[in-house]
Ligand binder design. Sequence first.
Ligand SMILES: *[C@@H]1O[C@H](CO)[C@@H](O)[C@H](O)[C@H]1NC(C)=O
Ligand SMILES: *[C@@H]1O[C@H](CO)[C@@H](O)[C@H](O)[C@H]1NC(C)=O
Ligand SMILES: *[C@@H]1O[C@H](CO)[C@@H](O)[C@H](O)[C@H]1NC(C)=O
Ligand SMILES: *[C@@H]1O[C@H](CO)[C@@H](O)[C@H](O)[C@H]1NC(C)=O
Ligand SMILES: CC(=O)N[C@H]1CO[C@H](CO)[C@@H](O)[C@@H]1O
Length: 797
Amino acid sequence: MFMSMMMVECIRTVYLSLMLLYIALLGMTHTAHSINPRIRLSNKELWQLNRTWVFQKHGVSLQPQTMLLDEGHERLYVGAKNALFSLSLDQVNTHHAEIQWASTDYQVEECLMKGREKQECANYIKVLQQYNQTHLLACGTGAFNPICAAVRVGHTWQDRLFALEEESITSGRGRSPYDPNSSCTSALSRGELYIGLYTDYWENDGALCRLNNQTYTRTERNDRSQLNEPKFVGSAVIPDNDDRGDDKVYFFFTEREMDAEGVTKAVYSRIGRVCANDQGGQRMLVNRWTSFLKTRLICSVAGPNGIDTHFDELEDVFVLNNKDEKNPEVFCLFSTTSTVFKGYAVCVYHMDDIRAAFNGPFAFRERPEHHWTPYEDRVPYPRPGSCASKVNGGGFSSSKEFPDEVLRFLRSHPVMYNPVLPQHHRPVLLQTEPGRRKLTQIAVDRVQAQDGHYHVLYIGTDDSVVLKFITIYNKDTDTMEEVLLEELEVFRVKTPVTEILISPKRQQLYVGSEESLAQVRLHQCDLYGSECADCCLARDPYCAWDGITCSRYYPAGVYPSRSRRFRRQDVRHGNAVQLCNGLQIDDEKWHRAKDRLVYGVESNSTLLECVPRSLQAKVLWFFQKGGENHQVQGDERVVVTSHGLLFLRVRGSDAGVYVCQTVEHGYVHTLLRITLHVLRGEKVESAIHMVNDGDGAKAAALCHSSMGPPPRPSISPKSLAPSLASGSHSRLWYKEFLQLIGYGDAQKVEEYCERVWCSDKKRKKTKKKYVPLAGEKRVKGKGGENSHRAPRHTLDT
Ligand SMILES: *[C@@H]1O[C@H](CO)[C@@H](O)[C@H](O)[C@H]1NC(C)=O
Ligand SMILES: *[C@@H]1O[C@H](CO)[C@@H](O)[C@H](O)[C@H]1NC(C)=O
Ligand SMILES: *[C@@H]1O[C@H](CO)[C@@H](O)[C@H](O)[C@H]1NC(C)=O
Ligand SMILES: *[C@@H]1O[C@H](CO)[C@@H](O)[C@H](O)[C@H]1NC(C)=O
Ligand SMILES: CC(=O)N[C@H]1CO[C@H](CO)[C@@H](O)[C@@H]1O
């Protein structure tokens, strides 16, 4: 009885703390960030805009596990199931080369006999590194029997080489995991492979290793204080100073913290490091790291009541290289470890802070049940974790000469006391809405804009999408602003993004998934709109208003001086009012607003469409009466929807002029003026009868006069002009009209029009290649799926 009450109490506490966590997340110091991207592009739209290319093996799932960018050879290498591909960086779907590297029948047979699934018994490439100028190193699972080989790529791209060196095939044990699904990370520097992986069949031995031709160095086997159920996420070789002997290898991983009973509990994200030249010890720690240290990576947000919410599950790492190769910026994508609540955060770490943590106090605890404290006694010399290098006095030519005392200390103190805190002590990006998509991958570009440089974050999701963000830190308020610039659906079929590589040189993104590999251009400035305000409001650091269009921004020297004078860009504030208002006077703006005529039928529903290009703009409606504008607030009869103003039952008194305005960052834009005419019910009835009775001659005449291009947007003054016989869009007029008055479903109307009015040939003539614009979406028609492709936004193009 007592026990069960305790249980209930315990569950309640857990529940309460989850609630608190959630509330804390809601009340965080981030400024309100819009959920909508400024532009959302479907996969189809990306294609129509020529912004993407896709590499796919028809009928075969690609299952890329590794991707490697080789700007020197202008190729993208992809390690897949039983195959390696070399793709053109220009256009991934052209001129590809392929190496088939399957396991032998015997190996597959053996794998199946071990009780493995057919799917697993194949050679999945898990390691792909540039070995030297002419060769790659490739390692695969080899149907649970890892193998490695050298791949010849030639000196330059002109060699057009891509071939496996058959004689170089060797065992890949310790260089590739056995299981295709196993986590694994590797880096290659000066002929040495640094790798984090599970080295054994049963996935018991997680290790960080260095391998070359002759030697290997690794973490201790079965030592949970070094690694405990690690998940390997990333790795990088980063120099400390100009002495190569001081180069460090950093590993990013998660592991479980052990409690007093040795029972594993919470997951932590870690950064671990070793000296690149660590040769292991001489008498002790033979073939073991003499320099391995690790510490915790913190990515958390402070709640209003002092309870921090931690993002402890490291999902992906991106090391953004700098001109100063010693100081790249490290971007980490985290999620929460809670199974109830999923939130995501991106934190940025500076090398100064990382080094400071490793140079700080070692962590120490008397017994496992005690708390960690900073170790305050004497630390032996040379300081444990330092490298055998000239910079460190040059007293040791190799780690084999380190005193036993140093090695013993290092083995008993592998953890640093200070964690690494992120820049600004907070995430730069936060996604806390439960039920949203999962975030899987990150890549980052550094972009120079007029008002400074920005990090553009590309984040892959589990549903085929790449999100393009910038984040802006406000020093005065100590807050972070996230701007979601674009949401790109890079794959046609919903699938998780498994890898993102970026080529700043080519301004391209290479995105991998199980099925295929997509290449996507980083920006398409003209999509933001054709006016200065559209461009400024977009706040895309790649883009600026050049006086004529929204186009690529180049920092200096590229523009002729004349056009630089007209250049407008304000990434930080998106202040279009200030930047663009001089360019068009208000009066002129008024006249630029399009006029529309819309017919409604008394007591029936009518939609006044107005969809701004920007999904972030707020739409306001005004009704003009007696020379004044009255804002339409909406009620149970008149609803302000995201597609426009919807009258559920039109009344005669609704007739008049409606103005659709958008407000974004204080910038007011009048998009449309719609004049609504309300028709009396009986008149319409007779019109329908005319159509139903099949006034063939008249209908045919209408068809012949409807050879013009499809009007856009669909409900335009012209297409709705009541002058039936003379209108150049009569057929469309009829279609719209019939739909408008709620005649059957759209499909029927379409069929009816086809049958009665138009031959196929004529219809083809009227078809024009149609490129949809951002923010454009299809809506459901009144009677089910709307089959016509009416553009649903009404900005001038
Ligand atoms: C895309 O490319 C094709 C062929 O190269 C071209 O015909 C088409 O106009 C392009 N579309 C756009 C939107 O640029
Ligand atoms: C990886 O694991 C998932 C789920 O656990 C499974 O569906 C998939 O087939 C595995 N992949 C391979 C290549 O074994
Ligand atoms: C690169 O490595 C391969 C394999 O070890 C070797 O055969 C080749 O000569 C090396 N190439 C260069 C340019 O060093
Ligand atoms: C491996 O070592 C052998 C001799 O130990 C040497 O001849 C060969 O070139 C080395 N290969 C590489 C790839 O370093
Ligand atoms: C043209 C027309 O009047 N259509 C419909 C309008 O709404 C009434 C009542 O909802 C219907 O009876 C009409 O058919």
